[in-house]
Each structure stands twice: as C-alpha cells, then as structure tokens.
Design a protein around this ligand. Sequence first.
Ligand code: NDP
Length: 291
Amino acid sequence: MVLLDGKKTALELREKLKLEVQNRPEGVSAPHLAAILVGNNGASETYVASKVKSCEAAGIRSTLIRMDAGVSESDLLQEIDKLNKDADVDGILVQLPLPRHIDELKVTMAVNPAKDVDGFHPENIGRLTLGMDTFVPATPFGIMLLLEAYGIKTSGMHAVVVGRSAIVGTPMSLLLSRNSEPGNCTVTITHSRTKNLMSLTKQADLIVAALGKPGFLTADMVKEGAIVIDVGITRVEDNNSEKGYRISGDVDFKHVAPICSYITPVPGGVGAMTIAALLTNTVTAWRRRRF
Ligand code: NDP
C-alpha cells in the first residue's frame, strides 16, 4: 500500500507556484486573492486561515474580508461587485456555508467567472462539462493533481464516486470520465438513494468517498488493490484531544489501508491538495488577467 501524501505533494506544488510568481515580469504585481468570510463558524475560520497562510507561503497576496453573520444578502453582493471591479484582485472566494438567510447560489453567481478560483460559477461548471479550459473546483482538482503527481494511470478503470455534491462528487465524476490521463475512467456516481452501494464499491478500481460520514467505507466494501481517496472531513468528539475533537475521514483507514494499492490519509491527504489547487487556480487567474 502506498500512502498518497497530499501534504508533501501540496508543498511541492506550492514551491512551483512560488517560483512562477517570483519570476514574474517587472512591473507586474503578485497575484491577489480576496476571501470573504461571513460569520464566525469555527471550521470556516480554520479553512480560511490556512488558505491565507498558504497564499503567503506561495508569494500570493491575500485580503481577508470579514462580514458579520447578520450581514444582508445585498451588502454581501455589493462587496463581491466591488471585488469584481477591482483590477488589483485576481481571485475571489466566498467561504461556504453562508448563513441561512443568504442564497448561496445567488452569491456564487455574483462572482465574475474570470475571478472564480473556486470554480463554482455555473459558467465554469458548464465549461468543465464541455471539457473546456476552466477553473476546476479545488477539491476534485486537487485529487486529480495528486493522482498525476504519483503517476497513477486511471485509463479504463471503474471509478465509484460516493457523493454527488456540486462542489465535490459531481465535478469529480466529470473529471474522472474525461478523455485525459488521469481520467478515462468508467464512472459510477452514487448518493444516499443508491441501492446496494457495497456491490458497486466492491467492483471499483478507484473509490472516491465524499459523503461526510466518518469511517463509512469499510474494508468489506473495497476490492483488494483498489485506489481509495478519502475526501471526508468531520469533527468527531474526542476527549483525548486537546481541542476536544479530532478530524475523521469517510474511510475506515485502519482496516481499508492494508488491502488497497493507494490511499489518502486524513488529515494530510485531500485537504492539503484542495488548498494547493486553489492556489493553482489563483495563479492561473492572475496569468490570464495580467499577461
Ligand atoms: P454534501 O453533504 O454536500 O454531500 C454529501 C453527498 O453524500 C450527497 O450527495 C449525499 O447524497 C451523499 N450521501 C450521504 N449519505 C450517503 C450514503 N449513506 N450513501 C451514499 N451517499 C451518501 O457534502 P460535500 O460533498 O460538501 O462534502 C463531503 C465531505 O467532504 C464532507 O465531510 C466535507 O467536510 C468534506 N469536504 C472536504 C474537503 C477537503 O478539502 N478535503 C472539501 C469539501 C468537502 P444525496 O445527494 O442523496 O443527499
């Protein structure tokens, strides 16, 4: 079994981006990412903080805009509009989830597609579906970069994606089925209404578990030698930990790891790659806008 080290791979990618930013032509400013954080949800705070920290390490400028949990939808949309018009901003991200009184789709659609480094705008999702150049949502993009970094050839594989969300499962299935390497898989996308999920995962050469249920994918659901990608990040109460919780993936790592060919750990797998993919998208947006 080979551990797919997302942390190490993300670091290597970040170094490459840093070099590209350092070697920019004279007179061109470094890339600039603007992140909007609404409210003070603990997990969102942590995610945004590590995104900002990673930007710094890659020589990318970042601005964190904090808005009160009670901010009105129109004020948030106005802030996005300001960033859309700001020539010095290359990428915009709005940390999800948003408070209930705000329509997430409306907010997603307000971001200029050329600055949509999260790849959530319908225009970018449409481009992805058509196999055009786009900003690929960071988590599935990070997974593709990780497979590529390990030289894993997926052509002809049967991939089973567990979860069909717009930000992970659905774009993941599109990427894996694309005519590319990695890619060229025969993809089965599954969800909470899927009957007999185990019979499908058992046939899979590659499984992406993205459902948000700790330890869901057990060893009896996995074929010997399969590649297992664990997207799940759930805080599980843990009195032995200083914080009172630990982060758990969707895979029963202890029992699945010994039977598969490759597996991502949690933490240190997909999470780290998600940030590296976001930075990659930001540098791409910068290159497209400024050169
Ligand atoms: P969502 O809650 O949006 O989607 C979960 C999906 O899982 C849904 O499609 C749901 O089906 C499906 N599902 C739920 N239960 C089952 C089941 N028993 N069998 C099969 N499918 C099931 O979650 P996200 O996609 O946003 O996130 C998934 C996980 O990944 C979470 O733990 C999240 O924290 C993590 N995550 C990690 C990231 C990273 O960087 N590592 C980034 C983004 C997310 P249905 O559609 O029918 O409801």
